[in-house]
Every structure is written in C-alpha cells, then in structure tokens.
Design a protein around this ligand. Structure first.
Ligand SMILES: Cc1ncc(COP(=O)(O)O)c(C=O)c1O
Length: 354
C-alpha cells in the first residue's frame, strides 16, 4: 500500500514546519519575551496546579476567560474565542470558511502559518508582494478582490517579519471592498499601541487575533479571536471542545488579572527597541527598518551567514533570511533585555570589524 496516495496533494508538496532547538545563551530568534513572568505570578500558577483535578477535562469554551478578555478589549464575550495559540485560531478560520475557487490572500513576506494552514485546509493561496516600503499594494489587492473575492484575507499588524504596521487606511479600504473575512492579526500589538478593535462596530467581516506568546506566555499557547457574533457562533462549531488545557486557562486568568504589569513590560520593550535600532543605525553596512514590534529587521551589506555563524559562536541566536527577494541579506533580531541587546551589539560590531 502506498500511504501517500491517501494524503492531500497540498500536504505532500510541503515540508513540515521546522523550528529546530538550537542551543544558545541569548535567544533572539523567535520574537518571544526575554523575561519569564515575575516569580510572584509563577508561584501563583504553581499553587493553582496543586488544586487541579488532573483526572477532569478543562472547562470547555473557557467562559470565564472570555469574560475577562472581553473586559480588556471592550467587546461582548460572545464575540470571543480563546485558542491554543493564535495558530489554532488561524486554522479554525480556514477550516470554517468555504474554500472553492477564490482563495486566501495575504501580502508577502509575512507570517508563514497563513500559507501553511491555508494549504493544509485545501485553500488556494494568493500572495501579493508588499511595496518597496513594506506597505500593502492596495491597488493590486483591490483588483484581486474585484476579480476573485478571496474568502479570507490575512494581515499581520504589525507584520512579521518586516516589523511595521501597514497603513490603516489601506487595510480599511480592503475591509470595505472585501466580501470575505479580513483578519487583522495583532500578535505584536502590545508593542505598537495600534489596534483595529474600534473598527469592529463598522465591519462585520473583520476578525482580530491576539496572542499572549509575545508578552511572556509563549509556553502556555494562548490566543484570542474577536469577531462578529454570527461569525463566532459558526467558528465555535469548528473549535475542539477542550482546546485550551487547564494550565493554560490558569495562566490566561493570571494575565487578565495582571494586565497592567504585562503592559508595562511591553512598553519597556518598545523603548529598548528604539535604543537598539538607533545603535544598529550607527553601524556601517547595517540598515534597520522601522519597527512597531518587539523585533527589528535589518538589511546588511555583509554576508548574513557569517554574521549568523559568528553570533552563534558567541552564544547569540538570531533569525537570518537568505531567501532571494526583499528579505535577501536580512536578519531579524528580537529586542532582548538591556544586557542581551548590549551583548548582541558588541558581538555584531566585533564580527563586522574582524
Ligand atoms: C504574526 C503572527 N501571528 C501569530 C503568531 C503565532 O502566535 P501564537 O504563538 O499565539 O500561536 C505569530 C508567531 O510568531 C506571529 O508572528
């Protein structure tokens, strides 16, 4: 028997998503928070674990958390789904919408999971390159909407890996014209201070995604989807009943109760991002792009492989892009603690002068 004959062609044609664990001292490759959560909060998680009956399923649909997040975001709790990371919510959206001839549209470069999950759920993919300022090519996107009516459009806002927020008017132009769902993925919104939440009243086809992965809880896998009541009603039929485990539910509750503290930490990251960017600008041959996120993309006139290898020899892990196109010779670095940033900058200067 040839097992492959049973597998979807879209799956056969892909490589599995690989995120290898590369040993390092300073991890600046995955846009995580460099700080673990404060020990006082961590011990509250540990105390809560002692009270869990591990023989029981988690609370389905996380009603308590939905109320808490609804309070934070100023929306009705029935407009919300809590997911096993926003990755799961992207997949739920793709599983729920019809995937016939039209397609799923997103700009490139952007977050890889839009494409991977679209293929895995049998959708066509329509990629539209960003313009030279890493903003949306709104004319091309509007043409595609008029021509093909994509069932879903994804915008990472700010965009991973370029770091910038697209022009809000361009996104709104697409929201207005699209007959499909427009997803504004705000995984990095804690560092941009920008959100499409106020647009929810105006656009029934708008969905907003949030994530706690970039603010110190990546290990807990917590994402939030916010959309119109009729859409969320349908999406809940696709969501698995116990999608958020009890431990993650406890961590999410802790986030809700201590949101101001998490926000202060994110504000600190945004401040250090500007310092790091200014220091990078001072290095000959390094060209950082403006960022609204907790990472910075920079181009370099040097060989990125030797920068990557040199940094890794010193225990510092960053993300290199050596794919042809706009990301050629680009490196993405997560904003770390002040000490990590200092060490990264020192190591980079050393490598470039040696
Ligand atoms: C734009 C964007 N959206 C979503 C995610 C995934 O978030 P989560 O960890 O909540 O699944 C990432 C992770 O890197 C991301 O960059």
């Amino acid at each position: 028997m040839n097992i492959k004959t049973l597998i979807m062609e879209e799956v056969l044609n892909q490589e599995a998503y690989s995120a290898p664990e590369i040993p390092c001292r300073i991890k600046l490759d995955a846009n995580e928070s460099s700080y673990d959560i404060p020990p006082s909060l961590k011990s509250r998680i540990i105390e809560s674990i002692e009270k869990i009956s591990l023989n029981r399923y988690p609370e389905p649909g996380s009603p308590d958390l939905r109320k808490g997040f609804a309070g934070l975001y100023g929306v009705d709790d029935d407009m919300l789904i809590v997911g096993n990371g926003s990755d799961e919510l992207i997949q739920i959206l793709l599983m729920a919408v019809k995937g016939q001839a039209s397609g799923v549209m997103f700009p490139t470069p952007t977050f890889a999971m839009y494409k991977i999950s679209a293929f895995n759920t049998g959708h066509r993919v329509i990629e539209v390159p960003l313009d030279s300022r890493f903003d949306l090519d709104v004319d091309s996107m509007l043409e595609i909407i008029a021509d093909k009516s994509p069932e879903l459009v994804f915008f990472s806002y700010p965009n991973n890996p370029t770091g910038n927020c697209f022009d809000a008017d361009r996104i709104e132009a697409i929201l207005k014209e699209s007959s499909g769902i427009v997803v504004v993925d705000e995984a990095y919104a804690n560092f941009s201070g920008k959100t499409f939440l106020p647009y929810l009243d105006r656009y029934e086809n708008l969905v907003i995604l949030k994530s706690l992965s970039k603010v110190g809880l990546a290990a807990m896998r917590i994402g939030i989807l916010i959309g119109s009541l009729p859409l969320v009603h349908e999406l809940n039929k696709v969501r698995l009943p116990y999608n958020l485990n009890t431990l993650s539910q406890i961590a999410a509750r802790l986030y809700i109760d201590n949101e101001a503290e998490f926000r202060r930490q994110a504000d600190g990251v945004a401040g250090r991002r500007e310092e790091l960017s200014n220091e990078l600008k001072k290095i000959d041959g390094i060209y950082p792009y403006a960022s609204d996120s907790n990472f910075i993309l920079f181009g370099c006139t040097f060989d990125t492989d030797s920068i990557y290898d040199g940094l890794l020899k010193k225990g510092i892990l960053i993300k290199k892009f050596n794919t042809p196109g706009v990301l050629e010779n680009c490196i993405r670095v997560t904003v770390g603690t002040p000490e990590e940033n200092e060490e990264f900058l020192g190591a980079l200067r050393d490598i470039l002068t040696s």
